[in-house]
Design a protein around this ligand. Structure first.
Ligand SMILES: Cc1ncc(COP(=O)(O)O)c(C=O)c1O
Length: 344
């Protein structure tokens, strides 16, 4: 399928939230337009869309709980981990997606932050050492945000087996780009492993809010008790059904992101800029002490990237969304200009 390249938005280029910068599938828009008056008046039936999600993920009945964005899923996981336990704690592996700390705080979990190792190597031993009996939740991201790096093979199983009474949350928000998942057989063996997914990224549904928790029904049961009965609205439900039906669109966008990542690597390689090989739809690159000023200069031109300088281990780094190839080209040309003008 050929990908209809969206033009560069006049309001600027949003390359700072890891969104789908090309927008959702046209099938999603058609589904939204076909919502009827009674559709909006009745509470939604989640059974068909949940079955469609189970088919999409390749898991059996009862293994998927849809949520109002993955953020809602992160909140209920933290609440379930904290529930009924004094002094419960959550492990957060830095640099980490900021919501883990926010959810731990909201749930009353003590936060144990694991500092990054050299070059962001996965700190398996440090996590094992930190995971005392009070630790009820270990937050992992695969591939990680903001580094884009994957968790090494076997590490999740090692953690799940070593701490069977601790929830191990594997946030796979970017799994469509990595093509890997922890779902399925490992979760059958280790019921403490939960996988989080979002439809905000590759599927382009960020504004509609749809995510999922995937795990053995026994693992999901305590979380389900914490969720409101009608978390997703009808727009999210119809959009998801349509998105699952348009695999070509998803594949075409993932190809765009893959090619964009390569453009960023090539840009960095030619200029001696350190960047990390990413399995997600963004790349982290080290611009040095001027990272903040460069981010601001690009923003003034309507190109928004994320200054990650204040994240642990990310001093001098920015994160750039790798989506539509044309958008990446525009961003890199502006970055080139900005770097040149700062050298003058
Ligand atoms: C690692 C990670 N998890 C979860 C989310 C949030 O997903 P959602 O928009 O579905 O709440 C994000 C969004 O940036 C993310 O980067």
């Amino acid at each position: 399928m050929s990908y209809a390249i969206p033009s560069v938005p006049s309001a600027g280029l949003r390359l700072h939230f890891n969104e789908n910068t090309g927008g959702c599938s046209p099938a999603v828009l058609a589904a939204l337009q076909s919502i009827s008056a009674t559709d909006t008046a009745f509470y939604p039936d989640y059974a068909p869309v949940t079955s469609a999600a189970e088919r999409y993920f390749g898991v059996t009945d009862g293994w998927v709980q849809l949520t109002n964005g993955l953020d809602e899923g992160l909140h209920v996981v933290a609440q379930a981990a904290a529930r009924g336990r004094a002094n419960a704690a959550a492990v957060i592996v830095e640099p980490a997606f900021e919501m883990y700390a926010a959810c731990a705080d909201a749930a009353g979990l003590r936060e144990i932050h694991i500092a990054p190792d050299e070059e962001f190597a996965f700190p398996l031993q440090k996590i094992l050492d930190a995971a005392t009996p009070e630790v009820r939740l270990i937050n992992l991201t695969d591939p990680n945000n903001p580094t884009g790096l994957g968790i090494p093979k076997g590490a999740i199983e090692t953690l799940a087996a070593a701490r069977p009474d601790t929830l191990v949350l594997v946030d796979e928000a970017y799994a469509e780009f990595s093509g890997r998942t922890t779902m399925g057989p490992l979760q059958e063996r280790y019921r403490n492993v939960l996988v989080g997914r979002t439809f905000a990224k590759a599927h382009g549904l960020a504004a509609l809010r749809a995510g999922a928790l995937v795990g053995h029904p026994d693992a999901l049961a305590p979380l389900r008790r914490l969720l409101p009965p009608f978390s997703l609205n009808i727009c999210a439900v119809r959009a998801l059904e349509a998105a699952f039906g348009d695999r070509d669109y998803l594949d075409a966008y993932v190809s765009q992101a893959t090619a964009s990542r390569q453009l960023i690597y090539d840009f960095c390689g030619a200029r001696g800029i350190r960047c990390w090989p990413s399995e997600a739809n963004f790349v982290l690159l080290r611009l040095g002490p001027d990272a903040g000023a460069i981010t601001a200069a690009l923003a003034a031109r309507g190109i928004h990237i994320r200054d990650k300088s204040s994240a642990p281990g990310c001093e001098g780094c920015v994160r750039i969304t790798a989506g539509v190839i044309e958008h990446t080209r525009v961003c890199l040309a502006a970055l080139e200009d900005t770097l040149a003008s700062r050298r003058r």
